[in-house]
Design a protein around this ligand. Structure first.
Ligand SMILES: C[S@@+](CC[C@H](N)C(=O)[O-])C[C@H]1O[C@@H](n2cnc3c(N)ncnc32)[C@H](O)[C@@H]1O
Length: 228
C-alpha cells in the first residue's frame, strides 16, 4: 500500500489549539451533529459509497470551502447566497467551534460541516457535484521538502477536479508568492483552466483571519480563479 492510500492519509496540520471556551464546547456538542453529513469518514463509510448530493441541501447548488479556518468567509458567503448550500471542511477543532459560533450568530441554515480532511469528503462526492470551490490561505508549508504537503498538489487537485461541475469556478487566495507559483503550475496540470490572477479580490470576497494577519505583517494577497 502506498503512503498515498487514503486509509493511510496523514494530516500534517494542527487538530487542536487553545483550550476551548465553554461556549465553544457547547457549540460542538449541541450543533455539530446536525450539521455534519454522515458517510464521509472511513469509520462510517468504509466502502466509500458516494453521497447523494440531493440529500445534502435538497437539490441546491453545492459549494465547497476547503480549510475554512475560523469560518468568516464561509458564513459570509452562506448569508449572501441563501439559494446555495456550502459545505466546509476543517480538521482544526478550534476552527470548527469558531465556525459554529458564527453560524449561530448569522442564523444561516444553508451550511454543512465536515470536521475533517477535505480528501475524505472528495472521495465520496459524486463526479460533477460541486458548483464552486474555495481554497483561502491554504497552509503554506514553506520548506521545499514540505511542498508536497500543499493542497495544490495532484493528490488534492485531481479529486477536486473530478467532483467539480464542468465550468465551475475554483478560487484560491494566498499571500505566499511561491504558493501562487505552484498553484499556477499545478492547477492546469490537474485540468483546471486559468481565468484570472492578480492582486484584485473577487467582487464578493470576504476577508479572512489569515488574510488580515498577512496584511498586518505586510504581505500582499493574491487571488487566482480557475474554471473546471
Ligand atoms: C492557514 S489556515 C487558513 C484558514 C482560513 N481559510 C483563513 O483564510 O483564515 C489553513 C487551514 O486549512 C486547513 N486544512 C489544511 N489541510 C486541509 C485539508 N486537507 N482539508 C481541510 N482543511 C485543511 C488547516 O487545518 C487550516 O485551518
Amino acid at each position: 500500500m502506498s503512503d498515498l492510500h487514503p486509509e493511510r492519509r496523514n494530516f500534517y496540520g494542527r487538530i487542536h489549539g487553545k483550550t476551548l471556551r465553554q461556549s465553544q464546547k457547547a457549540y460542538l456538542s449541541e450543533d455539530l451533529d446536525s450539521l455534519r453529513p454522515r458517510g464521509i469518514t472511513w469509520d462510517e463509510n468504509p466502502d466509500r459509497t458516494p453521497l447523494d448530493p440531493a440529500a445534502l441541501f435538497g437539490g441546491k447548488d453545492i459549494w465547497l470551502e476547503v480549510g475554512f479556518g475560523g469560518g468568516e468567509h464561509m458564513v459570509a458567503m452562506a448569508a449572501r447566497y441563501r439559494d446555495v448550500g456550502i459545505i466546509g471542511c476543517e480538521p482544526f477543532v478550534n476552527g470548527v467551534a469558531m465556525l459554529l459560533g458564527k453560524i449561530r450568530a448569522a442564523g444561516v441554515t444553508n451550511v454543512a460541516v465536515h470536521p475533517g480532511d477535505a480528501r475524505d469528503l472528495m472521495d465520496v462526492l459524486p463526479e460533477a457535484s460541486v458548483a464552486k470551490a474555495f481554497l483561502n490561505y491554504p497552509d503554506p508549508w514553506p520548506k521545499a521538502r514540505h511542498h508536497r504537503r500543499r493542497f495544490v498538489t495532484p493528490d488534492h487537485l485531481l479529486p477536486l477536479h473530478r467532483v467539480m461541475k464542468p465550468g465551475a469556478e475554483f478560487r484560491v487566495a494566498s499571500d505566499i508568492p511561491d504558493y501562487i507559483r505552484q498553484t499556477l503550475e499545478e492547477g492546469p496540470k490537474a485540468g483546471f483552466t486559468l481565468v484570472s490572477e492578480g492582486p484584485d479580490a473577487w467582487e464578493d470576497w470576504h476577508s479572512t483571519r489569515y488574510e488580515q494577519k498577512a496584511l498586518r505583517e505586510g504581505r500582499a494577497p493574491h487571488y487566482v480563479t480557475f474554471r473546471r
